[in-house]
Design a protein around this ligand. Structure first.
Ligand code: SAH
Length: 275
């Protein structure tokens, strides 16, 4: 066991992260009290992308309810005795209904646990963190939200793609690729007309119809595009294409979830900026 993992196992990370936070802020760090829930973002994957607030939260938890996108090395930062509860929602693994997850958070809080709900990326960006916060508010459970680094921006950066670049774009669209049809879906033609880069979460399964809608709306088929799979993680893989070839490239390369899709001229900067 290395010195670092040893200090994690003994829980000294708690005092270290709190002390560091207090030193930086010049005041007492918030304490995770029994019966409270903190909704924290774990970032896109790499432990270095964890915020100090999220680390200090984890270090104080006695129950961590996490998604399967959260890296095992990050979960290791919670005290060894903290209960780790999986509440993922991705295909191929046992999944929990959203109602069960919120019920679990509320039940743990009512048992007087110090609960961290750890979600991939930022909890309020396509992570259903808003729904969980609403349920906690309705149940009268005190909660706090700790922002995280969102995959749509950090995944791009890790691939050498700036989300904005002077002279190229003045806006960037963050969108989900699987807006349920009962929510009316997205107006892809309107997004195409904006002429700004489109960054898509959860878009692999619906890439075909999305690309078709963008092309039908007049978007240039030669627009640079890419998928960033497992961004910031050791298995990170970037597949470049044009809008016209995006779906077939993603399919032939076997691009898997989690992946961010980006469509726009900023992708071309990768030629100079790829790590
Ligand atoms: N709240 C998260 C997003 C949750 S939705 C955030 O702010 O990042 C889950 C989607 O996020 C995945 O389907 C994928 O599109 C994206 N994602 C999460 N982690 C990723 C990673 N490391 N690399 C690429 N995409 C990722």
């Amino acid at each position: 066991m290395t010195a670092a993992t040893d200090s994690l196992a003994t829980g000294s990370l708690a005092s270290q992260s709190l002390a560091l936070l207090e030193r930086l802020t010049g005041g007492p760090a918030p304490r995770l009290l029994p019966g409270h829930v903190w909704l924290a973002g774990a970032g896109p994957g790499h432990p270095g992308q964890l915020t100090l607030d999220a680390l200090a939260a984890l270090a104080q938890a006695d129950a961590v309810v996490h998604d399967d996108l959260v890296d095992a090395r990050i979960l290791a930062a919670a005290p060894a005795g903290a209960e780790r509860l999986f509440a993922g929602k991705r295909g191929g693994r046992p999944s929990s209904a959203q109602a069960d997850i919120t019920a679990l958070l509320i039940a743990l809080a009512r048992q007087g646990r110090r609960v961290v709900r750890l979600k991939g990326g930022d909890p309020y960006v396509f992570g259903r963190g808003g729904e969980e916060a609403l349920a906690l508010a309705e149940a009268g459970i005190p909660f706090r939200v700790i922002s995280g680094v969102t995959a749509g921006l950090a995944g791009l950066a890790a691939a050498g793609i700036p989300a904005t670049m002077r002279g190229i774009n003045h806006a960037v669209v963050l969108a989900t690729g699987h807006a349920a049809s009962d929510e009316g879906g997205l107006d892809w033609a309107a997004l195409a007309r904006l002429g700004q880069p489109i960054v898509l979460y959860m878009a692999l399964r619906r890439l075909g119809p999305i690309v078709a809608a963008l092309l039908a709306a007049g978007m240039d088929p030669a627009t640079p595009a890419a998928t960033v799979e497992s961004g910031t993680l050791p298995g990170q893989r970037v597949v470049e294409a044009s809008l016209a070839t995006l779906e077939s490239r993603a399919r032939s390369e076997g691009v898997c979830s989690p992946a961010i899709v980006v469509i726009g001229q900023v992708v071309a900067l990768r030629e100079m900026l790829a790590p």
